[in-house]
Design a protein around this ligand. Structure first.
Ligand SMILES: C[S@@+](CC[C@H](N)C(=O)[O-])C[C@H]1O[C@@H](n2cnc3c(N)ncnc32)[C@H](O)[C@@H]1O
Length: 280
C-alpha cells in the first residue's frame, strides 16, 4: 500500500483527476482501491496507466467485490457482475429446506464467484456443500480453482457438462449458470472494458443469445437429482424465451427478477420423481 504522505509522484488528487479524465465514473472509489493495492509509487503509476488505457479495475488489482467478499479475478477472466448476486440469492432460496449436504455446480463458472458465494453462505449456515465449477476456458478454471480451494471445491475444464466427472450424473442438487447470453450482434455495443478485455467466448450467446441456454437445458435433467434445480441468469427481455427452452426440456419453470440489480433468473426444477413434464 502506498503511503501518500511519502509519495511525491502521484498525490491522491492527481490520481482522482487522471481517473476522471479517463472516464471513470467512480474515480474517488477507484483511486482509494488503487492506493490500497499498490505497494510502491512505481506500481501505482503502472496501475493508473493500465486503468487509463481502459483495462478493468478488477484485472489490475486482481480481485472483484462480490456478495460482500473479494474474489480473485485474473486478466482475461470475466469480471463477476453485481447483477449475478441475484443468481446466488435465488440459488440459496432453491436449496433452502433441502435435507443433507447439497451438491452444487457453478456451470460456466469464470472466476467461480457464484459458486463460492453459494458455498460461503451454506458454510455460514453450517450446512456446507459439495462444490463443483466448470468452464471451457483454462484461465478461468485456474482462477476458479484458487477461489474454490478454501471450500474444498473442484473446478473442471471442458465444454459444459463434458467437463464433469461421471459420478456427478443424476446427483446434483443445484446448477447455477451465468452462461454467455449476449446476442452476437449486441457485443459491438457493450462497454469497451468488456469488449476488449473479456474473452468473446464469455459474452457471446449466439444469434439470439440463447445458444448456451439451449445446450445446458438439453442435458441438465441427466445431471440433476430428482427435485433438483437449474438456475440460469438471463435478461428481462430474453427470460420468457429461456423459460420456454427449460419447459420444452421437461422442467417446471419460474422466473424471478430484481429491479435494482436489473437481474433476472430463470429456474427449472426437475420433478421430485425425476419425471420430465414435456408438452404439458
Ligand atoms: C458470462 S461469463 C460468467 C462467468 C461467471 N459465472 C460469473 O458470473 O462471473 C460466462 C463464462 O462461460 C464460459 N463458457 C463459455 N462457453 C462455455 C462452454 N461451452 N462450456 C463451459 N463454459 C463456457 C466462459 O469461458 C465464461 O467464463
Amino acid at each position: 500500500m502506498v503511503d501518500m504522505e511519502q509519495s511525491e509522484t502521484l498525490p491522491e488528487e492527481s490520481l482522482v483527476s487522471g481517473l476522471r479524465l479517463a472516464g471513470c465514473v467512480f474515480a474517488e472509489e477507484e483511486a482509494a482501491i488503487l492506493l490500497e493495492s499498490a505497494r510502491t509509487d512505481a506500481e501505482l503509476a503502472m496501475m493508473l496507466a493500465r486503468r487509463i488505457e481502459g483495462q478493468p479495475l478488477e484485472h489490475i488489482v486482481g480481485w472483484a467485490q462480490f456478495c460482500g467478499f473479494r474474489v480473485k479475478v485474473a486478466p482475461g477472466v470475466f469480471v463477476p457482475r453485481r447483477r449475478s448476486e441475484f443468481l446466488v440469492e435465488q440459488a440459496l432460496a432453491a436449496l433452502a429446506g433441502r435435507a443433507g449436504r447439497p451438491v452444487v455446480l457453478d456451470l460456466c463458472c469464470g472466476s467461480g464467484a457464484v459458486g463460492v458465494a453459494i458455498a460461503r453462505s451454506l458454510a455460514a449456515a453450517a450446512t456446507g456443500c459439495e462444490l463443483h465449477a466448470a468452464d471451457v476456458d483454462p484461465a478461468a478454471v485456474v482462477c476458479a480453482t484458487a477461489n474454490l480451494a478454501p471450500f474444498g471445491g473442484s473446478a473442471h475444464c471442458g465444454d459444459l457438462f463434458a467437463a464433469l466427472p461421471q459420478e456427478l450424473r443424476g446427483g446434483i442438487d443445484l446448477i447455477a449458470a451465468n452462461a454467455p447470453y449476449v446476442p452476437a450482434g449486441a457485443i459491438a455495443f457493450m462497454p469497451q472494458e468488456a469488449r476488449l478485455h473479456e474473452p468473446e467466448r464469455a459474452l457471446n450467446g449466439g444469434a439470439d443469445g440463447l445458444d448456451l441456454h439451449r445446450r445446458i437445458a438439453r442435458e441438465a435433467s441427466q445431471w440433476l437429482r430428482p427435485g433438483g434445480s437449474l438456475l440460469l441468469e438471463s435478461s428481462a427481455r430474453q427470460a420468457p424465451l429461456s423459460a420456454a427452452i427449460l419447459a420444452s426440456c421437461g422442467l417446471t419453470v419460474t422466473i424471478a427478477s430484481h429491479d435494482e440489480l436489473d437481474a433476472t433468473v430463470v429456474a427449472g426444477m426437475l420433478s421430485p420423481a425425476g419425471e420430465l413434464h414435456i408438452g404439458r
